[in-house]
Every structure is written in C-alpha cells, then in structure tokens.
Design a protein around this ligand. Structure first.
Ligand SMILES: Nc1ncnc2c1ncn2[C@@H]1O[C@H](COP(=O)(O)OP(=O)(O)OP(=O)(O)O)[C@@H](O)[C@H]1O
Ligand SMILES: Nc1ccn([C@H]2C[C@H](O)[C@@H](COP(=O)(O)O)O2)c(=O)n1
Length: 263
C-alpha cells in the first residue's frame, strides 16, 4: 500500500496537470474543496487558499484540547508540542496574560470571569488566539481549553472560516474529584486566583453544563479522540502517541490537507 504522503503527491500532480478551475476561484481567499481519486482511494477535502501554483500557506490545522479543569490538558500539550510539530496555545493562559497586560481594556472583564469560573466572550479569546496563530511560524496548533461553550464555538466558526480548520478534538476525560484535587494542589504554588474550592465548584459546573455539549457536538462529527486522563502523566502521554501519529500522517501535510478513505 502506498503511504498517504505518496498518495497525496500523486493527487497533487494529477490536479496540476488535469484540473481546470475557474480563475475567479483562485482570486478569492476563501477555501475551495476538491475531490479526486488516486488508485483505490478517494482523496477529498483538500483546502486551498490562494493559487495552487504559488504554494501559499494553507489553512491553519487545529486540534482542540478539551476536558475538565485539571484533567491534564496543559501538561500533555507541553509534552507533545515539539515531538509532533504543533504550537500549543492555551486559551486560559492567553487570557491570564491579557489580564496582566498594562493598559489592556479587557483586564477587568477577564478577571471577573476568571474569578467566577465563567467564560470570557469569544471576541476577546478568539482574537488572542488569532494573533498568536498569525505570529507563529507553525501551521499546526493544539488549542487547549477552547471552545468552552456555544458562544466560543459560534464565534470561532464565524471568525475562522477560511482561516483555520479543526482536524480533531482531544478529550481528556477525568473524574471531577480527581480534577479538583489536582487543581487544589496546583493552587499551592500556581498563584492562579481560580485554583480554590469556590472557583473550582463553578468551573466544574461550567465544564459540565457548557463544555460537555461542545465535546458532544464534535463527537457527533466524528472528530473526538477520548483519552483517559485519570492515569499517570506518562501513561497518558503514551496513550496519545498513536492518535497523534495518525493526525500527523493524515492531516498535517505541508501545504494542503487531505483525507483518504478506501473505495
Ligand atoms: N496525569 C496526571 N496525574 C497527576 N497529576 C497530573 C496529571 N496531569 C497533570 N497533573 C497535575 O495536575 C495539575 C493540573 O494539570 P494541568 O494544568 O495540565 O491541567 P489542565 O487540564 O490544563 O487544567 P486547567 O484547565 O485548569 O488549566 C498540575 O499541577 C499538573 O502537574
Ligand atoms: N475559552 C476559554 C478558556 C478559558 N477561559 C477562562 C475561564 C477559565 O476558568 C479560565 C482558566 O482556563 P484554563 O487555564 O483552566 O483552561 O480561563 C475562558 O473564559 N474561555
């Protein structure tokens, strides 16, 4: 069997030699979807921005990382980002930095949400994420702690259409009591104003009521890889290797992305 990369290359060749696409499609920045066959495989969902011949930077590839507070998202993202060629962006961390930024017009608003365990409006969070993505040399992003509710999801879908594509969602499943214990321990040294019993009660509530429906939304789209977060960090890391290799192989090709299914 040919490797996905080789299949992809032959698909690219077949496109440039035989596919005629209207010029005005190339003129637009919006992505277009192409489909074709290579051998016994159907290659689809090739997203193109700009001209194919100019080899422009394609859509950002995104893996969302979700789970309860303390489920281990940040710990694992830090471990895997280098090995698998991602940049890790933590929505919570970006918000904490913005809250501290001198002269930020959003500082107080963010602080209120962090203390309450409620979710900051998407316009703020999404623009912080977008700024990091645009300034990064990377094209593949692990976005940790986003989208946390329907407002996040809807805002992202509008703002990122034609800019980023969600390839997969990693869901760290971990019992609430374990999550709370971990955050309380972290609170002894983290300096985080929300690692305390009162904020955690609200954060767990927000996770159950607002974030779980988002995970279910992506599960219905077949994008969710669920990970048992209630194990040692090393066991969790090992269990991620295989799914991440698959993402890397199938989704994160240099200029464009593809999906291959057997005929
Ligand atoms: N598998 C694990 N077993 C035990 N402790 C862990 C594990 N993973 C992470 N921790 C510890 O639990 C705490 C929370 O981990 P981490 O910050 O990765 O969680 P998170 O899901 O990113 O949390 P949050 O969403 O609140 O930022 C940290 O102190 C971390 O060292
Ligand atoms: N999409 C997001 C992500 C985070 N926040 C706020 C609210 C969270 O309680 C807090 C901490 O996030 P964490 O570091 O636990 O991922 O940040 C938000 O409003 N919207």
């Amino acid at each position: 069997m040919q490797s996905p990369r080789l299949l992809y290359r032959s698909f690219q060749k077949s496109l440039s030699s035989s596919t005629t696409l209207p010029c005005n499609l190339f003129a637009k920045k919006k992505p277009i979807t192409l489909q074709g066959r290579v051998g016994n495989y159907l290659v689809r969902d090739v997203s193109v921005t700009g001209t194919m011949t100019e080899n422009k930077k394609s859509l950002y590839n995104v893996v969302f990382v979700l789970g309860g507070p303390g489920a281990g998202k940040g710990t694992q993202c830090e471990k895997i980002q280098e090995t698998f060629g991602f940049q890790h962006l933590s929505a919570g961390e970006l918000l904490r930095q913005e809250r501290q930024a001198p002269g930020s017009q959003y500082g107080e608003e963010i602080e209120g949400h962090l203390k309450n365990g409620s979710i900051v409006p998407v316009a703020i969070t999404c623009s912080l994420l977008r700024r990091e993505m645009d300034n990064s040399p990377k094209n593949n992003f692990l976005i940790d702690g986003f989208p946390r509710n329907k407002d996040n999801l809807d805002g992202w879908n509008i703002a990122m259409e034609g800019v980023a594509k969600v390839r997969a969602v990693l869901f760290f499943n971990c019992p609430d009591d374990v999550c709370v214990d971990r955050c309380m321990n972290r609170g002894l040294t983290s300096g985080r104003t929300d690692d305390n019993a009162e904020s955690l009660k609200k954060r767990i509530e927000t996770y159950r009521n607002s974030t779980m429906p988002i995970i279910e939304h992506y599960r219905a789209l077949n994008l969710v890889t669920e990970v048992d977060g209630n194990r040692s960090p090393e066991q969790v890391r090992l269990s991620l290797t295989c799914p991440l290799r698959n993402f890397q192989q199938f989704f994160f090709l240099p200029e464009q992305a593809m999906c291959i299914t057997e005929r």
